[in-house]
Structure formats: structure tokens, C-alpha cells
Design a protein around this ligand. Structure first.
Ligand code: AMP
Ligand code: MG
Length: 415
């Protein structure tokens, strides 16, 4: 049964109810960045595996350097990458490099700058390193320590920690393949630009922005091509695009004479869960399941396609990737301009959010036409104007969601 005119929240819940996590696959650690870990990893060893020096200098006994200057006998040298050397005794020192194992008996490493070496002896001139500069075995982590928990997002730091623990491969949720089919008689690719110059066609910008969004969200885009507004052509493009985990179409879901996407999907046997959401932009959004594959029919308007992707498709991809936190955090923002909307829909206005003192302020990025993609280019957030009220005064507080994490970035080095 197709629901009609759902709220944004209902649309999201309906889509996510038909989305499963991807199967688990084992990947080399070097390929696992930004994946979600599908297993919990416990340290199989301790790091560092030996008491190691954190300075280039001389390994000594604290009791021998309590009075400086003093002279100790050099009994050897220990470099990084060798096994633990023999012990030192009273009155002895061993030259040592950063990262090398500290000889038994030593409890301090005196930095090289505080020493003067002779042929067989070293003079210690400063006692400030008494008891210092030795990293204990297991300072970073110990054998059996929990390292990275199942469900964690693999950051560069996680990759580094797992590498140091010797974890060569990890179980992660496979990246979903997301097929994208664009339809529209007026659309061409970038390599067929002449008709655009003649004023007869436009570039299918969705064929570029949507794959970029899929990649940005962690999915693998698969080009399903651009088709004419023709049922047979659309059907054959969609059949070809079904080698995927999620199908996206762009265009042809509204009520025009040549809007065939829904009809074709229906004819192919799609269980259409809803059509039309009470939102702007993106009202004609449609969602269904064909042969077990979720399909999101995005409206063709470039802004509508991007905004509905952010609201509904990005969380779906994150769920497939094994994420549990699927949504951006909305923040209260003071609006710096009066806003008038239709009142019967939830509007997502493209805004620039800036922080002034303790407050966030939002200002719309000019025209809110769903055809004006530059409004997305300039925006760093979507202002949520809930259905129910038509007018908002300058200074009122609404909520906004960041786009692409841009709100948490700046050009200034932190200090
Ligand atoms: P539709 O959703 O097919 O009714 O298209 C709505 C508007 O979006 C029309 O102005 C189309 O020209 C435009 N449009 C549709 N598909 C694309 C696309 N892939 N890239 C850029 N604009 C598009
Ligand atoms: Mg169209």
C-alpha cells in the first residue's frame, strides 16, 4: 500500500525500515579507513614490548647520578631494533638510542646534551633526568586490553593502533554499491556539451553531484546512465542498474506527462511504500522495494535531489555501513532575516550558519529555487522550518542541520 504525503520523519522511518546492514567482509587494514568495525579487537600483545628509552643518551642507575658531575664507565651501546642487552651495575652506563630496550639495572636515561663522552667513560653533568625517560613495557596498551570496539568508525588513529597491535585485516561492513539512473529528455553528459552551448540541453548535474554524495557518504557509486523520458528506455536502464545494493533514480517522479519513473518501477513489480513527502524542496520523493532492493526516487531538480539525499539517503547508506548514529545533530540558530514559507510543508532552507559569540546565526543563501544549485554551493546548513507556521521574524530561533560537516570546520589554526 502506497502512503501519500508523509512527513519527513515518516519518510525516513519508512526508508530505514527497508534498509539492512551490509554483509561483513574481511579487508586489509590499509583499506579499512572510514569503515565500521564488525568485530571487537583485543590487544594480542603489549606495546611497547620492552622498557624503551624515550631519549638518545645514556642508560644509568639513579643512585649513581645523585651527585653531578660524575663519571661512569661505558659498558656498551644499545640501538633501536636490537634485543634487550645485558644489565648494567653500579658505576656503569650504556649508550642508548630512542626506542631501544633499556638494559636491566638502569632506571634513568640521561639525555645526550647533559653528558660528555670520553673513550671509555662518560661524564654526567646534570641530574634532571634522574628516574626519567624510560617508557614502561605496555605504556601504550597491554596484552588483553580492549583496543577498538565493534561498531567503531575506523579513523586514522584506529588504523595506526591496530597496525601497532599487528592486526593485518579487520572485519567490516561492506560498502554498498549505489546505482544512479538519471532521466530527462533535456539532459546530456559533460562530453556532449555542444547542445548545451546551442541552448537546447542542460548538463545532467545530478549525474555528477549524486555520485559525489554517495562517495561522500561512504558508498560506491555505480553509473546507471542517463535515459530519455521513454518507458522502454527507462526500464532497460533500470534493469541494467539493478546490480546494486541501493537504487537511486533522479527525475520523472512528479506529475508531468513525461514523468514515467514511478510507472516503470511499478510495472517492474516495485512495492512502492510512499510517494510524496510534505517537504520543500523534494516533495515528489518516492520510495519502494524492487526484488529486495531499496529504491529511492529522487526528484530531478538539482537542489531537491541533493537535499533529499542528505535527509534520507545519507542515513540509509550509513545504516548499510553499520553505523547506528545516522543523523546530523541539529542546532538552534537565530535567523537574521524574516522568513515566509507556505506553512503546509516542512521547508529546508539553504542557509549560511555563522557563530557569533555563544550564538549561531543563520542567513538564507539568496534564492531558494529548487533549480538554483548555487544555493547549495553557498550553504553550510539546512534551516528546518517546520510545517504549521507561515511567517518568522528576524531574531526568532529555529534549528539547522550542518551540510557535509562544514559547520565544524574553519580556516583558522586552532589556538
Ligand atoms: P523532473 O523531476 O524530471 O520533473 O525535473 C525537474 C527539473 O529538474 C527540471 O527542470 C529538469 O530539467 C531538472 N532536472 C531533472 N533531472 C536533472 C538532472 N539529472 N540534472 C540536472 N537537472 C535535472
Ligand atoms: Mg523530467
Amino acid at each position: 500500500m502506497t502512503k501519500q504525503g508523509v512527513s519527513a520523519e515518516e519518510a525516513s522511518a519508512e526508508i530505514l525500515a527497508s534498509i539492512d546492514r551490509m554483509p561483513v567482509e574481511r579487508v586489509p587494514l590499509g583499506a579499512a579507513l572510514h569503515s565500521i568495525l564488525a568485530e571487537s579487537i583485543v590487544a594480542p600483545l603489549s606495546i611497547p614490548p620492552w622498557r624503551s628509552s624515550s631519549m638518545d643518551g645514556y642508560a644509568v642507575r639513579a643512585e649513581d647520578i645523585s651527585r653531578v658531575p660524575c663519571t661512569l664507565r661505558i659498558t656498551g651501546e644499545v640501538v633501536a631494533g636490537v634485543t634487550a642487552p645485558g644489565a648494567i651495575s653500579t658505576g656503569e652506563a650504556m649508550k642508548i638510542m630512542t626506542g631501544a630496550p633499556v638494559p636491566p639495572g638502569a632506571d634513568s636515561v640521561v639525555r645526550i646534551e647533559d653528558t660528555h663522552a670520553y673513550a671509555k667513560h662518560v661524564e654526567i653533568r646534570n641530574a634532571r633526568d634522574l628516574g626519567r625517560n624510560i617508557r614502561p613495557l605496555g605504556e601504550d596498551f597491554r596484552d588483553g586490553d580492549p583496543l577498538v570496539a565493534e561498531g567503531s568508525f575506523l579513523t586514522p588513529a584506529a588504523i595506526g593502533v591496530l597496525a601497532s597491535a599487528g592486526i593485518a585485516s579487520v572485519a567490516t561492513f561492506r560498502q554498498p554499491t549505489v546505482s544512479i539512473v538519471s532521466s530527462g529528455d533535456e539532459l546530456v553528459r559533460l562530453d556532449n556539451f555542444a547542445p548545451v552551448v546551442r541552448g537546447e540541453r542542460i548538463v545532467s548535474s545530478n549525474s555528477y553531484s549524486l555520485p559525489a554524495l554517495v562517495r561522500d557518504a561512504g558508498g560506491r557509486p555505480r553509473d546507471g546512465g542517463i535515459t530519455r523520458d521513454d518507458q522502454a528506455a527507462l526500464r532497460s536502464a533500470i534493469e541494467g542498474a539493478m546490480v546494486c545494493d541501493l537504487l537511486l533514480t533522479s527525475g520523472g517522479v512528479s506529475v508531468g506527462d513525461r514523468d514515467f519513473t514511478r510507472t516503470v518501477m511499478q510495472d517492474m513489480g516495485t512495492d512502492i511504500k510512499f510517494w510524496r513527502a510534505r517537504i520543500r524542496p523534494g516533495g515528489p520523493l518516492v520510495f519502494g522495494v524492487l526484488d529486495g532492493r531499496p529504491w529511492v526516487g529522487l526528484p530531478g531538480n538539482p537542489v531537491s535531489a541533493m537535499v533529499t539525499f542528505e535527509l534520507f539517503v545519507r542515513p540509509a547508506i550509513l545504516k548499510m555501513l553499520g553505523e547506528t548514529m545516522l543523523f546530523p545533530v541539529s542546532q538552534p540558530v537565530t535567523i537574521d532575516e524574516a522568513i515566509t514559507v507556505s506553512g503546509d510543508l516542512t521547508h529546508y532552507l539553504r542557509v549560511v550558519v555563522t557563530s557569533t559569540g555563544d550564538n549561531l546565526h543563520a542567513r538564507p543563501t539568496g534564492t531558494q529555487s529548487s533549480g538554483a544549485l548555487t544555493s547549495m554551493l553557498r550553504a553550510n546548513a539546512l534551516l528546518i522550518v517546520p510545517e504549521g507556521r507561515r511567517e518568522y521574524q528576524c531574531g526568532e530561533v529555529l534549528r539547522a542541520i550542518p551540510l557535509g560537516g562544514s559547520m565544524s570546520r574553519t580556516t583558522v589554526f586552532p589556538g
